[in-house]
Design a binder for this molecule. Sequence first.
Ligand code: PSU
Ligand code: MN
Length: 318
Amino acid sequence: MKSDNGLSPAVVVAEAARIAIDAGLPVVALESTIISHGLPKPRNLQVALELEDLVRSGSACPATVAVLDGVARIGLTEAELVRVASEEGFRKLGLRDLPAAMASGASGATTVSATAYLAGLAGIRVFATGGLGGVHRDWMASWDESADLEVLSRCSITIVCAGIKSILDVPASLQRLETLSVTVVGYRTEMFPGFYITSSGEALDWSVDTPDAVASIMRKQDELGISSALVVANPVSLSEQLDPSLHDEVLDEALAAAERGGVRGQALTPFLLDFMRKGTSEGSLEANLAAVRANTALAAKIANSWATTPISRARVPR
Ligand code: PSU
Ligand code: MN
């Protein structure tokens, strides 16, 4: 059964987002796992609301994505954002989890993989997050590679991020993105960002300086019929990065603690992020937030460059 816009009734696009998408206005998708599993309560709710406001003040329509009571929602009300930020037992849903969660009426936050897929279904082309998932540092033994990477190889989405989370094996993750034919461009940088830190030390092949330049690449993807993601890697500023030596020191402790505790699978990334936050007296949290804010603001600019109806000719619906 399909509704008017061709989507299943279990996939609901909020009215403001639907109007904006249909009118070709700028829209930015936001993921919810960073809210439910990546940030501490109650700060996470403030951040969820702040990110949506940042998109609006960048003249674009925000659409945070989550699954609530078995319904995939693209665009949440404030009450729904409160559920994502505070409900106990809220699950973490990658793309493969969506059918099971929806069939059982479960609620959960969507990761980059699930968000990219659902945003694409709804016709949203631009998405902002903090740091992508990637290959974990013990990948040769654990085979733990985030589904984010493979899903980005088959979703037509432009994702603005501060690189790959530095708790991961960044060179291996970049190698996987190359194998998967995902285009990666630095935003005003020749070096791939390091999530909490400005540079990962890995060089990039391509760099752009303006939102219009990103939109030009998106148009070329379409002209070529390429339906994989475009990763726009936007580094956290030097003044807002986590001290790199503190980063390396605490990360070693975090990885050792995860190993000792046998933390694996979906729990590993949230465990490492939380360990980093505590071990850096919230320094990693501030760097993470600086990155997400900057990525969200840049995503709004890219959505404006991409939109067929510039915002000056129509107001963003609320
Ligand atoms: N960016 C952040 N914090 C996060 C995430 C991204 O700044 O918590 C989330 C995203 O939802 C991403 C997920 O998809 O972490 C990756 O989890 P895993 O490594 O288990 O695939
Ligand atoms: Mn994993």
